[in-house]
Design a protein around this ligand. Structure first.
Ligand code: CA
Length: 511
């Protein structure tokens, strides 16, 4: 037995409290399928009322594991969320604040490093987005920056390679090839990190017209006027009405298409674009058209992700690995699918702050159950470390979800959550803000000089978060408690009083 210490813990975890089972089990393998900007509204296991799409393979994880219904991110944007996943710590502790000028300090402790040190073989494929090279992985192959959808160039441990095919398939293929050549005598960590369904939302060519031109239902806040909220919400730049680009809307070709791929692309888009130009819709009709194009492309991207998840799960079944492998599906944050007229993320508000989270862990996660408790990407690292029998490092902000996944929620499980967004000035013009989230309320502080105000949302009365009730007498008691809780969280998490110099974003030099 090569992992006696790990095995004892894995055994105790898998069997609840019984430590008397016959054969010591090996610590579990871990597969993380981490996508970029995948909204829970577009995972059918979440039963969104608009029923936008079907994701049968991702849904398998809900049937065979636990669906996390309130999995929150501490800083709703790509790079920072990845740093949170790896470290189990907030941005002000892991040092990665924003996508504009942060660089991940790869010398800090991460869960892949600790697993590697404990004897796991570790691999990472796909989107990385943390600027510095990955550490803690035996093998890695990453997209530079955001990467491209078709025939993507990649960085294979320092060597530039171009991978023919569609990016989601490429990342799945790399993951399966690595699983096929792994050392079968050691547990593994595989991180399969998709670019999709990130902007510009280019689907696999086989998925063009996946909806047979059937229109998608619209969210009832598509034409939100932002009344009831403050300057930050009214002056953002993330609307279908104003912000969307020709590349997003497929009037410009995406990079990387081969001549044959370009033919297939044109066969779908050209006639539809021609019809659009002839009709020349304006105002609300233009927004409606854009919403349909957006949803077609976005949900098309999700289809390939779902197929990739199915291929990985099938592989685990075929190899007899499923019973001793934890599989997590999550995204780096939530995303707007036209709610409030928006795409993108960044806000403390629900579509943005909440990410899908589905976890299958045979023997621990109760199949077919869900949890409404506040969990977070912060909790992923400590959960995996506990699964592997590795002590959770001091200073970790998240905590292991093992008990919660068993349905035995610890009495002191969090009932409030601290959120903090830093990337301003920056793309989409979302002002810096922080706040506290509870089951019912959100207390939010916008603090940019000149744009300083508080908001309070009562999600019970106002689930779409349309009207701040800050200062209203009927919420005075709740407001007072939330202020106290926000102060407590900031103290406990040691959030700097003012944003540190590393968060300052200088205007980009004109070339
Ligand atoms: Ca993202």
């Amino acid at each position: 037995m090569r992992f006696p210490a790990l095995a004892a813990v894995a055994l105790a975890l898998a069997s609840g409290s019984r430590a008397d089972a016959q054969e010591p089990k090996r610590p579990p393998n871990i597969v993380v399928i981490f996508t970029d900007d995948h909204a829970y509204q577009a995972v059918s296991a979440y039963n969104h009322p608009l029923k936008l799409n079907q994701t049968p393979n991702i849904d398998r994880l809900a049937k065979e594991g636990v669906r996390l219904d309130r999995c929150l991110v501490p800083n709703s944007i790509c790079g920072p969320s990845r740093a949170v996943l790896l470290t189990g710590r907030y941005s002000h502790s892991n040092g990665f604040y924003n996508n504009t000028n942060s660089r991940f300090d790869g010398s800090q402790t991460t869960f892949p490093k600790l697993l590697q040190r404990a004897g796991y073989q570790t691999a990472l494929f796909g989107k990385w987005h943390l600027v510095s090279d990955p550490t803690g992985f035996d093998t890695w192959q990453i997209l530079p920056g955001q990467g491209q959808y078709y025939n993507p160039p990649m960085n294979r441990m320092g060597e530039r390679v171009v991978m023919p095919g569609y990016v989601t398939d490429v990342i799945t293929d790399l993951s399966l090839e690595w699983l096929g050549r792994r050392d079968r005598d050691r547990p593994f960590l595989l991180m399969c990190q998709h670019k999709a369904p990130h902007r510009e939302w280019s689907p696999a060519l086989r998925h063009l017209n996946h909806n047979n031109d059937r229109p998608f239902p619209e969210p009832d806040t598509l034409f939100d006027d932002y009344a009831g909220r403050g300057v930050a919400e009214r002056t953002q730049d993330m609307t279908l009405a104003k912000t969307i680009t020709a590349l997003d809307m497929k009037f410009t070709d995406p990079p990387g298409l081969t001549p044959d791929q370009k033919k297939a692309w044109d066969a779908y888009y050209t006639p539809r674009n021609t019809a659009f130009k002839a009709a020349n819709p304006q105002g609300r009709e233009l927004v409606r058209w854009r919403y349909q194009r957006y949803l077609h492309d976005y949900l098309g991207c999700v289809k390939a992700v779902d197929e990739g998840v199915g291929r990985v799960l099938d592989y685990l079944d075929k190899e007899g690995l499923a019973q001793n492998t934890i599989v997590l599906y999550a995204s780096d944050q939530g995303f707007y699918l036209g709610e409030h007229g928006w795409f993108d993320k960044r806000w403390i508000f629900e579509e943005s702050v909440r990410t899908p989270g589905l976890i299958r862990w045979p023997g621990v996660a109760r199949p077919g159950t869900s949890s409404e408790r506040i969990t977070s990407l912060l909790d992923v690292a400590p959960t995996f470390l506990e699964a592997a029998g590795i002590p959770i490092p001091e200073g970790t902000h998240g905590r292991s979800m093992a008990g919660l996944l068993r349905g035995q929620v610890p009495a002191d499980w969090r009932t409030s959550f601290y959120y903090h967004y830093y990337e301003y000035p920056g793309p989409h013009n979302v002002r810096r803000h922080y706040g506290v989230v509870t089951d019912r309320y959100k207390l939010v502080r916008f603090y940019e000089p000149g744009v300083e105000y508080w908001e309070l949302f009562d999600r019970q009365a106002d689930p779409r978060e349309l009207t701040s009730v800050y200062g209203r007498p009927e919420h005075a008691a709740a407001q007072r408690d939330l202020h106290a809780e926000l102060d407590r969280l900031r103290r406990e998490l040691r959030v700097p009083e003012t944003d540190p110099p590393e968060t300052i974003i200088l205007p980009k030099k004109k070339k």
